[in-house]
Design a protein around this ligand. Structure first.
Ligand code: ACO
Length: 418
């Protein structure tokens, strides 16, 4: 395997630790490759070129391959949007039919994967189960032929098709039931709800879930997509790419926030408690879950659409009191935090929608993952098209070189030189 180039080698400095007694390497040696400005969280630092998605965070606009998200959410389907994201153009009627049929044919997962999932602890988080199951696909489809378009297409179809089946399977397995087989006569979203609840869903519920998947399908270089691209840049297989992205999405500052929003609303309890709760939260510098976004300085356009979908659901299936609490919290929090550019993000209303669809709270993030697989795979393909392994630099802040000491000569940690 080729050695990884490091700035130290290029500047002629040997990066290996010095032998005891040798001349120490100067710690503050100038690094010709380091960025002159360190930006925590890489804020504002471009890490790739991409033609997949564009965000205008000041005007609250989001496009996939140039198409406004609003239009896609209203008129497209998740599989059509997935095709658009991954292959770059909207499919023709024949291309869409073929893609839908391929995905439908690959929805089933091997009994070995189902058996493996039966060994997972029922108390484990479904995102951990999904990460492990997604990675396990690499064992079953171990051929790696990244330059073969057929291999790429098959991997895309498999991941889009099987991830929902695995999420639904874990849900039934942890309840002590056997997973049920997908139904070929149901659409992508309807089949997922069917596999989850064992009931054929209401068409409006399926349509709303499909729109939610469109809204979550892609969002430029967010943390999980960056993870996917870093993993892709090593030329590993697409199952490892998706598994690493699932792990990144799981955190509460990213996809996991939608669970926390419902906890927060439950904790507030009622509309009249919103203001005192928010006062305490702001005073103690607590973050308001479902608020704030690195890219948006106005309300996230996905939150605008999700709020409308939530209202459609409530009109049809009955009101949720927590929606009133959420709206009151939005009004008061925007008043206080809006001047800092902090507004509701995609996670603020998504939990209320999923709860009304009868989805358990800890499946909210796995559903986000089902959708985001489309974006991760679009970035995987794009990364392979102009690949260079990601290898940023760092600013070293550790000890200057020093000699190893035998055990008996070491002072206890924290002991002063009294
Ligand atoms: N509530 C209150 N204050 C906030 C919030 C919030 N939700 N978000 C940011 N701020 C404040 C910070 O306290 C900070 O204030 P200061 O400058 O006075 O110290 C300032 O805004 C900047 O905050 P950062 O955390 O540095 O912003 P960053 O861009 O790094 O973080 C993030 C973005 C992680 C989304 C953040 O807003 C947050 O933690 N929000 C809550 C969690 C959440 O909803 N995550 C989902 C994001 S959407 C997604 O991933 C799908």
């Amino acid at each position: 395997m080729a050695a990884e180039p490091t700035p130290a080698k290029k500047t002629g400095v040997d990066p290996s630790p010095p032998a005891p007694g040798s001349t120490p390497i100067p710690t503050a040696s100038p690094n010709a490759f380091a960025s002159p400005v360190f930006r925590p969280g890489l804020e504002g630092v471009p890490a790739t070129h991409s033609s997949i998605c564009d965000i205008d965070g000041l005007r609250g606009l989001l496009t996939y391959r140039g198409y406004p998200l609003e239009q896609l959410a209203n008129q497209s389907s998740f599989l059509e949007t997935t095709y658009l994201l991954i292959w770059g153009e909207l499919p023709t009627i024949f291309q869409l039919r073929d893609f839908e049929q391929e995905v439908q044919m690959h929805r089933r997962v091997s009994f070995r994967i189902r058996d493996m999932m039966k060994c997972f602890p029922a108390s484990g988080h479904p995102m951990d189960a999904l990460q492990a199951s997604a990675a396990s696909l690499g064992l079953f489809y171990s051929r790696r032929a990244l330059n073969d378009p057929q291999y790429v297409t098959e991997a895309v179809v498999r991941l889009i098709a099987k991830i929902p089946t695995m999420v639904a399977a874990f849900q039934l397995i942890r309840k002590g039931q056997d997973p049920i087989q997908p139904r070929d006569d149901l659409s992508y979203a309807a089949n997922f709800l069917y596999m989850l609840t064992e009931r054929e869903p209401d068409p409006l519920a399926a349509r709303i879930l499909d729109a939610c998947l469109i809204l979550h399908a892609e969002h430029s270089l967010n943390a999980s997509t960056f993870s996917a691209r870093v993993t892709a840049s090593t030329l590993t297989d697409p199952y490892a790419v998706v598994a690493s992205a699932v792990g990144t999405l799981a955190g509460p500052l990213h996809g996991g926030a939608n669970e926390d929003v419902l906890d927060m609303l439950d904790q507030i309890g009622s509309e009249d408690q919103v203001e005192p709760w928010l006062d305490r939260a702001i005073a103690s510098k607590q973050k308001i879950m479902g608020f704030g976004h690195r890219e948006y300085k106005v309300k996230d356009p996905r939150a605008v659409i999700l709020q409308r979908l939530a209202e459609d659901l409530f009109n049809r299936f009955g009101h949720d009191q927590m929606y009133d609490v959420a709206r009151r919290l939005e009004a008061v929090a925007v008043d206080r935090l809006g001047p800092k550019g902090i507004y509701p993000n995609v996670d603020f209303y998504s939990g209320l929608v999923y709860r009304k669809l009868g989805i358990p709270r800890d499946l909210f993030t796995p559903i986000f993952a089902i959708a985001r697989v489309a974006g991760w795979l679009a970035h995987w393909r794009e990364q392979l098209g102009a690949n260079r392994i990601y290898r940023p630099s760092q600013i070293y802040t550790g000890s200057s070189p020093r000699d190893w000491q035998p055990l008996e000569a070491r002072a206890p940690i924290g002991a002063g030189a009294a």
